[in-house]
Design a protein around this ligand. Structure first.
Ligand code: R5P
Length: 292
């Protein structure tokens, strides 16, 4: 405990030395509270400024997806190769050891399951922000349906999550959904990503498209790309490479990692593109060398 008497006198005041004046490096996050910045700083690698998020929340609408039949067996071996774990609270509480030292992005919304013809109807909050704090979440993901029947409802959900996230210092990941009837054009992604950022999302997850450099330029917060359906590994690495070269700050990738022939090798190859400026060709060679 501090003592009242007998202390060494303070004298090293650094008179004339300017404070470090560090500028917070994550796009659009300079004016967030310290807690929110601290959480974002855990997600984005300080050297590359980018992140490899592993998405394994598919069960929340798809049930036991191929590759994720046993989260407790599949996810723990991948943890060391990625920067952030993205999943539902049920998955975290049942299948992910709390000893993992990686930040969590909590899937914060529920949505219509794959049993419904139109999944873009819009869902709602699956957890409140107090639960996100209990789960030690570094980010809270909200699915949105821009241009679809669920647009209004999902934007309302986003707004409420942004309010609560601001109260607790938890950044919001706005997710651009692409339903059956929804476009996958530059025009659509320009609109949807900007719309989510302007409605308060601190990071936006979307899909890669032609003209992606304009999408990332027009979005005032970092963009990470989803992988989408499984592609051959070389193609998935090409998509990641192009996204990073055109301004993405990382990936939030699921099936193209956990459905790969060798998921651990694929996670590391994606990391080489995202953090170490590997080309897609170099990353694929790296993958083949590592592949079990
Ligand atoms: C989105 O709705 C899903 O929940 C996944 O988080 C997302 O699609 C990313 O996974 P994948 O790379 O498999 O598309």
């Amino acid at each position: 405990m501090a003592d009242k008497d007998g202390n060494v006198s303070a004298k090293d005041y650094g008179v004339g030395v300017e404070p470090p004046g560090e500028v917070f490096p994550i796009k659009g996050a300079q004016h967030l509270d310290w807690g929110a910045q601290h959480r974002l700083a855990q997600m984005f690698n300080p050297a590359s400024g980018n992140t490899v998020m592993l998405a394994f929340d598919h069960g929340y609408i798809m049930g036991p997806t191929s590759g994720l039949e046993r989260l407790d067996l599949v996810i723990p071996p991948l943890v060391e190769h990625v920067d952030v774990l993205m999943g539902t609270r049920g998955a975290m509480r049942t299948c992910i050891p709390p000893t993992v030292r990686k930040p969590i992005c909590l899937r914060g919304t529920y949505d219509a399951s794959v049993l419904f013809e139109d999944m873009s109807d819009g869902g709602g909050l699956a957890a409140d922000m107090v639960n996100a704090v209990r789960l030690d979440a570094c980010a809270f993901a909200v699915q949105t349906f821009v241009g679809a029947p669920g647009e209004r409802r999902s934007l309302e959900t986003l707004a409420r999550a942004v309010d609560a996230g601001s109260t607790y210092g938890i950044p919001i990941l706005g997710v651009v959904a692409v339903g059956k009837q929804m476009e996958r054009t530059e025009k659509f992604f320009l609109l949807a990503t900007r719309l989510l950022a302007e409605n308060g999302a601190n990071v936006v997850k979307t899909y890669y498209c032609d003209g992606f450099e304009r999408v990332t330029a027009a979005c005032p917060v970092p963009i990470v790309i989803a992988g989408g359906k499984k592609l051959p590994e070389a193609d998935a690495l090409t998509m990641a490479y192009r996204a990073i070269a055109e301004g993405a700050h990382g990936v939030d990738m699921g099936r193209n990692i956990f459905q790969a022939d060798d998921p651990a090798a694929m996670a590391q190859a994606v990391g080489k593109v995202v953090h170490d400026q590997y080309t897609d060709k170099q990353a694929f060679e790296f993958y083949q060398d590592l592949k079990a």
